[in-house]
Design a protein around this ligand. Structure first.
Ligand code: MTE
Length: 318
């Protein structure tokens, strides 16, 4: 991977070469690991780890907005995945994502910002508050999980890039590399995977970029090394293995909008009143349970986010 050093990034923000070469050392050198509230975590059975998955994330502290519902088992979170770059069934990502190389990793920042450039992952993570956020997650397919993410607010990172008044939306892209991502050799989606948020959604304090779960670095199948988590939207908004962020004036087109526009809209808010054209969204099955639960408006986060959509027709803007 060729990474240019943009002239407008101060040298204090450029990764120390030693750290860049050895992320393990970077992880060890940060302060102590806290597994607050995660008792029993290490005793859970777990599938084989891909990439750096399973190594502790240093310096994690409890963050706001966590639910006190019981987290889904680690083995379920990491073996029942959607990551079409590694196949369209739930098991393939855990089995095949070992081929994804997450180090070195960089994120290109483009569009309406004063500080565009290619940023090493280490620069993106530098100084970010690493928080544990236990969020309810709801998939458009009708299942849900409770996931103890480790991550940091997207808003703090966006501010560093100094977006201009023209930045109305942010678009995210996943790595495009059919060698590392064998699912990209098939035309199931228009690669690379693309998602987007309106700027106020991206800046909302619930929105995080995750680097880990259960106090540990994300396994590849969950979107290592950096993925989006927006808990009031269907899971497909949570784009994995992000390599690009573009700040745009116009609403971007996500991969799902492109592949099935009448089934998947830009907003993708969890909304039990708007059925998917082929099935109802009124209920969901929490992975690990048999009974069905009622799906809550905005996945139970209405108090925090309903105001973002005031005056909008949510049937039209689904
Ligand atoms: N990101 C990429 N790059 N490719 C994908 O196929 N699937 C999405 C989302 N992010 C997907 C993706 C969907 S449909 C869901 S439900 C969630 O990832 C699943 O995240 P998880 O496997 O960590 O639970």
């Amino acid at each position: 991977m060729i990474i240019k050093k943009p002239a407008d990034i101060p040298s204090s923000e450029i990764t120390d070469q030693q750290i860049y070469r050895d992320r393990r050392r970077f992880i060890r050198n940060t302060s102590t690991l806290l597994l607050a509230g995660m008792t029993g975590t290490v005793l859970q059975p777990r599938p084989a780890q891909a990439g750096y998955g399973g190594q502790p994330v240093a310096g994690t502290r409890p963050g706001p907005f966590s639910t006190n519902e019981t987290p889904t088992l680690y083995k379920d979170i990491t073996s029942y995945n959607n990551f079409y770059e590694f196949g369209t069934d739930k098991k393939s990502p855990a089995l095949l994502s070992g081929s994804l190389k997450t180090d070195p990793w960089s994120v290109a920042v483009e569009g309406a910002v004063s500080r565009p450039g290619n940023y090493f992952l280490e620069d993106i993570l530098k100084g970010q508050p690493m928080e544990e956020r236990i969020y309810r997650m709801r998939c458009v397919e009708g299942w849900s999980m409770v996931i103890p993410w480790v991550g940091f607010p997207l808003s703090g990172l966006i501010k560093r890039f100094e977006p201009s008044a023209d930045a109305k939306y942010v678009e995210f892209q996943t790595l495009l590399d059919p060698v590392q991502m064998p699912g990209q050799r098939r035309n199931v989606l228009d690669w690379p995977y693309v998602e987007g948020l309106r700027m106020d959604e991206a800046m909302h304090p619930l929105t995080i970029l995750a680097v880990g779960l259960y106090g540990e670095i994300l396994p590849n199948q969950n979107g290592a090394p950096l993925r989006l988590v927006v808990p009031w939207k269907y899971g497909f908004k949570g784009i994995k293995s992000i390599v690009k962020m573009r700040f745009l004036e116009q609403q971007p087109q996500s991969s799902w909008m492109r592949s099935a526009p009448h089934e998947y809209g830009f907003y993708a808010n969890v909304n039990p009143q708007v059925s998917h054209p082929r099935w109802s969204q009124r209920r969901e099955r929490r992975i690990g349970e048999f009974r069905k639960r009622k799906t809550l408006m905005f996945n139970g986060y209405a108090e925090q986010v309903a105001h973002l959509y005031q005056g909008m027709d949510l049937k039209k803007n689904f």
